[in-house]
Design a protein around this ligand. Structure first.
Ligand code: NAP
Length: 285
């Protein structure tokens, strides 16, 4: 039976550290600030934004929410991003995705000052991740690495399989595992013999977006299984990509959903905001 990796507990430790650093920055007259921009009425996005605000409050980070109507134009959104780029008390800018149809998300990301891009989605920060210079940590994948470390598992030399190749999870996840000296395979919807590949993984990271996609026969005995997925099952209950009940019988360590990767993503966002504020402090701004 697998040991459960408690994402809430690991995230709490990260947040404690962040709160200490916020305190130190405040002593220097700097309060870290995060601006969260939300466009439209997507209920899930509203919940994420609310949770991010609460998390900021809990560690002493100043947060500002900019809720724009569904009909916001590209120009209006870019104008707000430019304003926030210049706002001296704002260290981090986050534009909640998905944006309503008609708005170009990539263009918005590219207009965020890379020094304030706490999601690490700007091409400059993506490029830095590629070369192993983490100006900002890509939040979800960095959270996964912390969770694996928290279990006392070394990634070096291990066979790691990531299912999913999105820009926000799969690709940066593969890169971080590679920097940790894992031997990494990335799978996607065109992958052939997915089951065989997954069942050889010492560390399996699922970021597919499909409930119970990873079944027991895809898991090697004793594997570390990290479930990034956030889906609704047939009863509307939150669940991951992994068939948890079956997987926990084979894995050595496993993350639950909820309470696994999710809390880490927010904790890493807070960490990035503090990193940006420390740079402001160092620059004497
Ligand atoms: P995404 O952009 O939809 O990417 C899904 C990936 O899964 C794609 O690369 C896709 O392949 C692959 N895929 C789909 N069907 C597949 C199949 N049958 N076999 C193999 N691969 C398949 O999703 P995402 O943004 O990366 O998110 C993935 C999941 O993580 C979602 O449930 C999301 O809600 C969750 N998530 C959680 C957090 C958190 O904090 N816990 C953060 C971000 C995302 P192709 O590229 O070939 O289409």
């Amino acid at each position: 039976m697998a040991a459960i990796i408690d994402g809430k507990a690991v995230a709490a430790t990260v947040k404690e550290q962040v709160a200490k650093e916020v305190e130190q920055l405040k002593e220097q007259g700097i309060t870290p600030g995060l601006a969260v921009v939300i466009v439209g009425e997507d209920p899930a996005s509203k919940t994420y934004v609310k949770n991010k605000k609460l998390a900021c409050q809990a560690v002493g980070i100043h947060s500002e929410e900019y809720a724009l109507p569904e009909q916001t134009t590209q120009q209006e959104l870019l104008a707000l991003v430019h304003k926030l780029n210049e706002k001296p008390d704002i260290d981090g800018i986050l534009v909640q995705s998905p944006l309503p149809k008609g708005l170009n998300e990539q263009l918005v990301i590219e207009n965020i000052n890379p020094a304030k891009d706490v999601d690490a989605f700007h091409p400059v920060n993506v490029g830095r991740i590629m070369i192993g210079d983490y100006s900002f940590l890509p939040c979800t994948p960095a959270g996964v690495i912390e969770l694996i470390h928290s279990a006392g598992v070394s990634i070096s030399g291990k066979r790691c399989v990531v299912i999913g190749r999105s820009n926000i999870v799969g690709k940066p996840m593969a890169m971080l595992l590679l920097h940790e000296h894992g031997t990494v395979t990335v799978c996607h919807s065109r992958t052939q013999q997915l089951k065989e590949i997954c069942s050889q993984a010492d560390i399996l990271v699922a970021a597919v977006g499909k409930a119970k996609f990873v079944t027991a026969d895809m898991i090697k005995d004793g594997a570390v299984v990290i479930d990034v997925g956030m889906n609704r099952d047939e009863n509307g209950k939150l669940c991951g990509d992994v068939d948890f009940a079956a997987a926990e019988k084979k894995a050595s360590f496993i993350t639950p959903v909820p309470g696994g990767v999710g809390p880490m993503t927010i904790a890493m966002l807070l960490k990035n905001t503090v990193t940006a504020a420390k740079r402001r402090a160092a620059a004497g701004r």
